[in-house]
Structures are given as structure tokens and as C-alpha cells.
Design a protein around this ligand. Structure first.
Ligand code: 5GP
Length: 121
């Protein structure tokens, strides 16, 4: 798959506010936060979308959730609650084709996550 901006963040070719790193994953603050706390958790392996996850990635994808929870605890939002989202495909809002968990917290989060305007589309 072609390289995305996230590969550049992994390789330190562009800066990011890195919150956690290990051999297989990275967590960093979102550049355009949609909540007081908004960070991304990515695998270092470049998987484009959820549709491209294979059996071999089972543990890796589970690991992303463990990292999300650990960083949420470190940010002090684990008890109050947080939302974890992974968009799949352009119509779902995916803009960077390297899978990533969004972790959002720090304000009441609406549900369901669509608007009346979107319902008409
Ligand atoms: P998506 O729309 O694919 O679900 O989410 C991509 C996310 O990556 C967006 O929330 C966007 O703000 C974030 N993002 C895009 N480019 C950069 C970047 O260069 N640095 C950081 N930290 N976040 C980025």
C-alpha cells in the first residue's frame, strides 16, 4: 500500500505529540482534535482499512485497544468514559488510509454519531 502521513510520523519524518510507543504500535495526539482529549492509536504495520485486516493481525488489532485504554488511563479519562472509533472507508469519514483508533474524551459525547443532515444523504 502507498505510504501515508502516519508512516512519516512513525519514522519521525514529521513531528507529532507522541503519547506511547512500542515495537508494534504508536499513539499520538490528533492534529485536529474533536474533543478535549483526542488521540490516535495506530499499528506500525501499514494496514489501509478494516477490510484489509487479516487473521495474522488478530493480536495486533487487539493490542491497539490495550494501548487505547492505557493512554486513556494516563490522560485521566478512563473512569469518566471515552469513545473509541475506527472509520472504514471514505463514506465513513476515513481520510488517512492506515488504520487508526480515534480515542475521544473530556466532554459529553453525543450518540448516535450522525446528524439529521446526514440522514437525508
Ligand atoms: P480519519 O478521518 O481517517 O478517520 O482520521 C484521520 C485523523 O488523522 C484525523 O482526525 C486528522 O485530524 C488526523 N491527522 C491527519 N493528519 C495528521 C497529522 O499530520 N498529524 C496528526 N497528529 N494527526 C493527523
Amino acid at each position: 500500500m502507498s505510504e501515508t502521513i502516519f508512516t512519516k510520523i512513525i519514522n519521525r519524518e514529521i513531528p507529532a505529540d507522541i503519547l506511547y510507543e512500542d515495537d508494534i504500535s504508536l499513539a499520538f495526539s490528533d492534529i485536529n482534535p474533536q474533543a478535549p482529549v483526542h488521540f490516535l492509536v495506530i499499528p506500525k504495520k501499514p494496514i489501509a482499512t478494516i477490510n484489509d485486516i487479516t487473521e495474522a493481525d488478530r493480536e495486533l488489532v487487539g493490542h491497539l485497544y490495550l494501548v487505547a485504554a492505557q493512554v486513556a488511563r494516563e490522560k485521566g479519562v478512563a473512569e469518566d468514559g471515552y469513545r473509541v472509533v475506527m472509520n472504514c472507508g471514505e463514506k465513513a469519514g476515513q481520510s488517512v488510509f492506515h488504520i487508526h483508533l480515534h480515542v475521544l474524551a473530556g466532554k459529553p459525547l453525543g450518540w448516535p454519531p450522525y446528524t439529521d443532515k446526514m440522514k437525508q444523504a
